[in-house]
Ligand binder design. Structure first.
Ligand code: XMP
Length: 322
């Protein structure tokens, strides 16, 4: 790997931000740049650095891919609006669900999301705008895991030998590529972003699609979205690194009102981890683990008859399901 990591102990967030502002300003010069904001700490930090560097020369989009958590598109755009950053909401739900139709293989699903994002939706926005640069929040861990072949992170392109200029018509600028998550959080805090952003739980680029086994449909996403909301509400106080719900592909036998109900199964994972490289299951308070989670998910989400908790470490598991 050519990229030199900056460890948290060696990071001076303010000096780092100043340096990136200068770099971005001189690279984009009097052209235009574009970036996509998902609301995660990585893309939020890049959005703020980019706006400090470029002001009106940067246009920020929230791509509504239909795969985000409940209320997320509005929450993120209004939070940045309050910070003085205009964010345009681009409705691309049909494009993403169309690209995912019929796909079951995890890497095929990731590839469909990558292509729809960069080539389809973003390619069109960039072409229409005349922007020559795309700012992106790739971090050091994304590159490392992708290059090692563990899991293709959707935002890693150039490190895989993909020439974005030739393939998509724009150049990618990656201001936080030398930082791991802890460094990005320190930078986000120094940028004046609120705690709900700089301390936000990780959420994958492919969003809820990373949590549906088998085909990703609007109906499957709605189920996992409801389960995610319950899991996030109930586990917020655990202080865990990350917690999530997964919709299993196979149906399982259940019983309701004395009758067989062949229904859905939700898996919950709740991780203790420092940087997602390794992880182990959190000790969830027993009332929540044995009662609340199962009761709420089976009563509030139609069709779910089984809820399981993963007791596996990473490795050999990974944090997400696909
Ligand atoms: P895994 O599942 O590889 O996840 O153990 C490690 C961390 O990365 C997040 N993750 C992703 N983030 N794009 C992202 O931006 C992705 O494709 C992706 N896949 C996983 C995951 O939530 C965890 O924090």
């Amino acid at each position: 790997m050519q990229i030199e990591e900056i460890k948290l102990k060696d990071l001076n967030p303010k000096a780092f931000i100043d340096e990136k502002i200068k770099e971005i300003d001189s690279t984009v010069a009097d052209g235009l740049a574009i970036n996509a904001l998902s609301g995660g700490v990585d893309s939020s930090a890049v959005t703020m650095i980019g706006h400090k560097a470029l002001g009106d020369r940067l246009k920020t989009y929230f791509i509504e891919n239909g795969l985000m958590r409940e209320g997320e598109p509005d929450q993120v755009t209004s939070l940045f609006h309050d910070l003085g950053v205009a964010v345009e909401l681009e409705d691309a739900k049909d494009a993403f669900f169309g690209a995912l139709r019929g796909l079951e293989d995890p890497e095929a699903k990731r590839e469909a999301i990558t292509q729809t994002f960069y080539s389809g939706v973003f390619g069109r926005i960039v072409r229409d705008s005349g922007a020559r640069h795309l700012l992106q929040g790739t971090n050091y861990t994304d590159v490392e895991e992708t290059v090692a072949g563990v899991k293709r992170q959707h935002n890693v392109l150039e490190q895989l030998g993909i020439d974005t200029e030739e393939q998509f018509g724009y150049k990618v600028i990656e201001p936080i590529i030398q930082l791991r998550k802890d460094g990005v959080r320190a930078v986000a805090k120094a940028l004046g972003l609120p705690e709900e952003v700089y301390d936000r739980m990780p959420f994958p680029g492919p969003a809820l699609a990373a949590r549906v086994q088998g085909e990703v449909t609007p109906e499957n996403i709605e189920i996992v979205r409801k389960a995610t909301k319950i899991v996030e509400e109930e586990l917020a106080d655990t202080g865990a690194f990350q917690y999530l719900a997964i919709l299993h592909r196979d149906r399982v036998t259940g019983v309701r009102n004395g009758e067989r109900d062949y229904g859905l199964q939700i898996e919950i994972r709740c991780w203790d981890s420092v940087d997602a490289t390794t992880g182990s299951p959190t000790k969830i308070p027993s009332d929540i683990l044995y009662h609340t989670l199962g009761d709420r998910i089976t009563s509030e989400i139609p069709g779910v008859v089984s809820v399981v908790y993963s007791i596996t470490k990473k490795p050999p598991s990974t944090i997400e399901a696909i």
